[in-house]
Design a binder for this molecule. Structure first.
Ligand code: CMC
Length: 379
């Protein structure tokens, strides 16, 4: 029998792995990738460079970054068969479910899916980073009955995604804001989705199975699915004057307010702070302040009620408004989270497999004492 190390509901406080990737100080609201604060990364880096940083655990030299970007460009198109499978699924299927199915299909086109050596996983991850972005854009269009757009090799990863989704080249400002959002979502230590993908990877299963598990976990409204719920709530409130009574009623009914609270942060999520800044900017530029104004009142009302208990806006609260002002529909918000977080899922898999040990926790048995089988006629 193995020694028990204690029980914690939802594994709160349990250290399940060692990692050099992401540092979180949940009391002070600090987030850093490989020791670099996200404020600096969003100021100076790009999604491509941040993806390299996490996958290779170092900032790239100029030539390394150029090669990495070139490789990303090379994989922007999808196997035809993946598009064929998508077309056969009900158009009303949730985009996250379509993305999960499509990633599973992609695995069938990998000649060596079970190779989990570091270099191979880095190459597979790079391909998935690009292909999941293309897939999400294709899914976004297909839901509206629109044909896929051929990728544009002159555009950055972020700009090309917006282009493939809308068919219009984004402004530099829009591309930059989207790039920032991608950087902010790239990794976050060991949330449910990253833990799920790492659990699957620890069995030495393939990366596609791991990513499908992660997508399943991210989809839930307590995790990445919250961003879609937030924007739907803001739309349902509809008018800044209704925001405070709406939230107060919800709190009286002891309902959870989406986009607030976090297992790690007991203060303002630093990602939310940056996204709030961009939401405000986009709202001003669009001369359409309504959603931002509602969010500010929601934020104030929730913090007044629950701030003393460590409940503040999390990343999902303001990401939705950013995407809203970029003209993206709510059902794509969680897939957009995924096209960035694929970096973190892969980076943690690669790191964990270097000193792999299968994840296999245990349960505390609370069932009946040992007894005997009761024949059916005696029950
Ligand atoms: N609204 C109202 N009350 C809340 C909220 C909230 N958003 N979050 C936590 N609480 C309360 C909760 O009801 C509980 O109260 P009590 O002690 O009276 O039972 C207390 O705060 C502790 O909450 P918990 O659910 O035990 O905390 P947790 O660490 O297990 O869960 C969470 C964290 C993120 C699942 C939770 O805060 C939540 O459900 N938030 C809303 C969903 C959401 O925004 N999710 C996105 C998370 S951040 C991005 C990501 O990882 O995807």
């Amino acid at each position: 029998m193995t020694a028990e190390v204690g029980f914690s509901r939802g594994l709160e406080g349990v250290i399940a792995a060692e990692s050099a990737l992401t540092y979180i100080d949940g009391q002070q609201g600090i987030l850093a990738y490989l020791g670099i604060p996200i404020e600096e990364l969003t100021e100076h880096s790009s999604f491509e460079e941040t993806a390299f940083l996490l996958l290779y655990q170092k900032l790239p030299k100029r030539t390394e970054l150029a090669d990495f970007k070139q490789e990303l460009l090379r994989h922007r198109t999808l196997p035809e068969a993946v598009l064929d499978v998508l077309k056969r699924l009900p158009r009303k299927t949730a985009p996250m479910a379509l993305l999960r199915t499509a990633v599973s299909v992609l695995g069938h086109f990998d000649p060596s899916p079970d190779d989990v050596s570091t270099a191979t996983l880095q190459a597979k991850a790079l391909k998935l980073i690009v292909q999941m972005a293309t897939l999400t854009a294709v899914i976004g269009r297909w839901r509206k009955g629109l044909e896929p757009i051929v990728p544009n090799s002159d555009l950055s990863h972020a700009a090309n995604f917006l282009y493939m989704l809308t068919g219009r080249k984004p402004t530099d400002e829009a591309a930059r804001v989207f790039d920032v959002a991608l950087i902010l979502h790239a990794d976050h230590e060991f949330p449910a989705s990253t833990f799920a993908s790492s659990v699957v990877a620890s069995t030495l299963s393939d990366i596609y199975s791991s990513v499908c598990a992660a997508l399943g976990a991210l989809k839930g409204p307590l995790h990445g699915g919250a961003n879609e719920q937030v924007i739907k709530m803001i739309a349902a409130i509809g008018d800044p004057a209704r925001a405070e009574p709406y939230i107060k009623e919800k709190l009286t009914r002891k309902e959870i307010i989406m986009g607030f609270g976090h297992r790690q942060y007991k203060t303002y999520d630093p990602r939310a702070r940056i996204l709030k800044h961009y939401s405000e900017k986009l709202a001003q530029q669009a001369q359409d302040p309504c959603f931002f104004q509602i969010e500010e009142i929601v934020e104030k009302t929730v913090i007044e009620a629950l701030g003393s208990r460590g409940i503040f806006p999390n990343v999902d609260f303001y990401s939705g408004t950013v995407y809203h002002y970029l003209g993206i529909e709510p059902e794509l918000y969680t897939p957009i989270f995924a096209i960035s977080r694929i970096v973190g899922w892969a980076a943690h898999m690669i790191e964990y497999l270097k000193e792999n040990r299968i994840f296999r926790p245990t349960t505390r048995y609370i069932g009946p004492p040992l007894g005997h089988y009761t024949p059916i006629e005696q029950r």
